[in-house]
Design a binder for this molecule. Structure first.
Ligand code: GCB
Length: 614
């Protein structure tokens, strides 16, 4: 018994020790030293820098640990690790595209960066921030472990004890491990490339002793079915780190001549106010306002759009008006360079491609994309579906897996809860029906609703094929809990030929809007043949022609679609040596950025609907 209590205590201490500090949001607006650039690395498939030869985690001070200096104290000291320029990688960026030997690598790589730093006065606090590391990151500064994070697509930060920072030669080491695991999120099996590495920005963030950690400044959830009034109400909160009693918080929106001062009521202070003469955000008018929040000496600026969104009966109302979502699914990848997308230029490129197709919406599959993407969507006026990688058959029976999914859900929502573009949080994709899975997914939905009451929650649900002749029914029990009943269908690709669409109809027993979150077929760009030939552009074109004809017969509750997929993307599951060569070829653009014939079918239909709705 004593032993058990001791073990529990150890577990608690280690979890506490390595838990990340609460996320600091709007990181781009903070005072920070960028730690992007060249980092040296060691490839360590056996994790020799982490475990001793008995496979026990090395003691923090052990000179063989790869987080400790690689410089021998004298000519006699043995060193079996070292960081040199010959072995270096660029951060941010996946390792797979940077060196040919990394293309298929899955395992541990140690990253090391040294930097000089002049700390400000003693009261200032420092955090080390990572936009994303795939999948597990163990972070060490000057030989001390700052923390550990798992989840490959969401941000995290660790507080740095000020005494740890030096003026010269700070030694920062990150053990990055992208091994897939049965009890991870995502799990072993996905249809995308497992790009490893420090894939997003790294920053040393400087904040005053009391600082604005996070805030929500968004329009209140609308009265069911109602458009926002002429002076709509903002409802939100400001979260101060190390709050002092009575600390004053100021919020201002200069363009609206709006100013408000409130005294902090605790760590989190609720705010609500009306904004007369507000121009609402929408895809047609993506109006963003400069918003500033300050408390004590801390001040932070953001660009925020204001709109309402809701599922109302069988419709989706944006600012109180029905909207049809002309979408496309996007992977966070730049096919031309065969790498993960990162930063505003990549975001612009991908969203402009979607714009050309005639989209007013994108589904960011199947994990949270770079923050630059959702910010770009805000400024270009593109609605967003944002998703966590609860994909296919993860271990739904495991409470630990549920916790991992919840952690990613929280990080996704926290990072982006001020983005007007985001209208849907998705808790997963094509998860197989069982009571255990439905319970797991329901818990995620409950959590998402606790974190954000103003957006729709959805997931790509399962379809009941063929229980009725010519009618497919979306009656997945998870439909009872989502706001938007979304499903993926591949009629004419994974089942039969495209003309099967002619006699197929769709329905759902749920009195909710219906959305197609995927449909698509593969074609190798530039390969032409008759329409019965798989992988020809003509087959894919036929597929989309039949789909569009079917979509025109969808029930009134049909509110939008995000076909699969914008660009061809890398996938180790796609091994046809002639047409795929490790690529999923369902892109409407090929891997060189050339439009396939099917692109024009969707584009023409989107134009038609746009005219109908405007
Ligand atoms: C799906 C998945 C998507 C795959 C796609 C395909 O249903 O959601 O991740 O890539 O099908 O191409 O099979």
């Amino acid at each position: 018994m004593k032993k058990r209590i001791f073990l529990l205590l150890c577990l608690f201490i280690s979890v506490k020790m390595y838990a990340q500090d609460r996320l600091i949001t709007n990181i781009g607006a903070r005072k920070a030293l960028s730690l992007n650039g060249t980092w040296q690395y060691i490839v360590d498939p056996y994790e020799t820098g982490f475990y001793d030869y008995r496979y026990k985690e090395l003691d923090e001070k052990n000179p063989d640990a790869y987080w400790n200096t690689d410089i021998p104290k004298n000519k006699t000291e043995k060193k079996e690790h070292g960081y040199i320029d010959k072995y270096s990688l660029q951060v941010p960026g996946d390792w797979n595209h940077q060196k040919p030997e990394f293309l298929y690598y899955e395992g541990t790589v140690w990253y090391r960066k040294t930097f000089d730093f002049h700390p400000a006065d003693g009261a200032t606090k420092y955090y080390l921030y990572f936009g994303a590391v795939n999948y597990r990151a163990d972070v060490y500064l000057n030989g001390k472990k700052l923390g550990m994070h798992i989840g490959g697509f969401t941000p995290f930060n660790f507080a740095i004890p000020t005494s740890l920072l030096k003026e010269k030669g700070n030694y920062l080491v990150v053990k990055v491990d992208n091994k897939r695991g049965a009890d991870e999120v995502p799990t072993l099996n996905t249809d995308w490339w497992n790009y490893g590495g420090i894939t997003r920005d790294v920053k040393l963030v400087e904040v005053p002793p009391t600082f604005i950690q996070d805030y929500v400044i968004q329009l209140k959830k609308p009265e069911p079915g109602k458009a926002p009034s002429a002076s709509p109400e903002v409802e939100g909160w400001v979260k101060l780190n190390n709050v002092k009693a009575g600390e004053l918080i100021n919020i201002s929106i200069p363009e609206l001549k709006f100013k408000k001062q409130i005294a902090a009521t605790g760590q989190i202070t609720k705010v609500s106010f009306n904004l007369p003469k507000l121009q609402l955000w929408s895809p047609e008018h993506p109006k963003l306002y400069q918003v500033s929040v300050s408390a004590g000496v801390d001040k932070i600026e953001d660009k925020i759009g204001f709109r309402t969104i809701e599922a109302f009966g069988k419709q989706v109302l944006l600012n109180g008006k029905p909207v049809f979502m002309r979408g496309i699914c996007i992977h966070g990848e730049i096919p031309l360079d065969v790498r993960r997308a990162v930063g505003p230029d990549d975001a612009k490129q991908l969203l402009n491609q979607a714009h050309e197709l005639g989209c007013n919406m994108v589904r960011l599959a199947h994990y949270p994309h770079d923050e630059a993407m959702t910010r770009m969507a805000d400024s270009l006026g593109i609605l967003v579906w944002s998703e966590i990688p609860v994909y296919w058959t993860i271990n739904f029976a495991s409470p630990a897996v549920l916790d991992k999914a919840k952690a990613q859900l929280k990080e996704m929502i926290t990072r982006d809860h001020n983005r007007a573009s985001i209208i849907i949080w998705s808790v997963g994709n094509e998860t197989p029906i069982s009571p255990t899975r439905t319970d797991f997914m329901h818990k995620l939905i409950i959590r998402a609703k606790e974190l954000d009451q103003t957006r729709m929650i959805s997931a790509a649900l399962e379809v009941n094929y063929g229980s009725m002749k010519d009618m497919n029914i979306v009656d997945d029990p998870l439909g009872a809990f989502v706001d938007l009943v979304a499903f993926n269908e591949y009629l004419g690709w994974y089942g039969g030929l495209p003309d099967q669409c002619r006699k197929t109809n769709w329905s759902t027993p749920y009195n909710k809007p219906l959305f197609i979150s995927e449909t698509g077929g593969g074609a190798k760009g530039g390969f032409h043949a008759d329409s019965l030939t798989r992988y020809s552009e003509e087959y894919q074109e036929w597929y989309f022609k039949e789909q569009v004809a079917m979509l025109k017969r969808m029930p009134d509750s049909f509110v939008g679609i995000t076909p699969w997929v914008l660009n061809d993307f890398r996938s180790p599951k796609r091994n046809n040596p002639v047409y795929q060569e490790g690529w999923n070829r369902k892109g409407l653009y090929d891997d060189k950025g050339t439009k396939k014939k099917a692109f024009y079918i969707m584009q023409a239909w989107y134009k038609e609907i746009e005219n109908k709705f405007s």
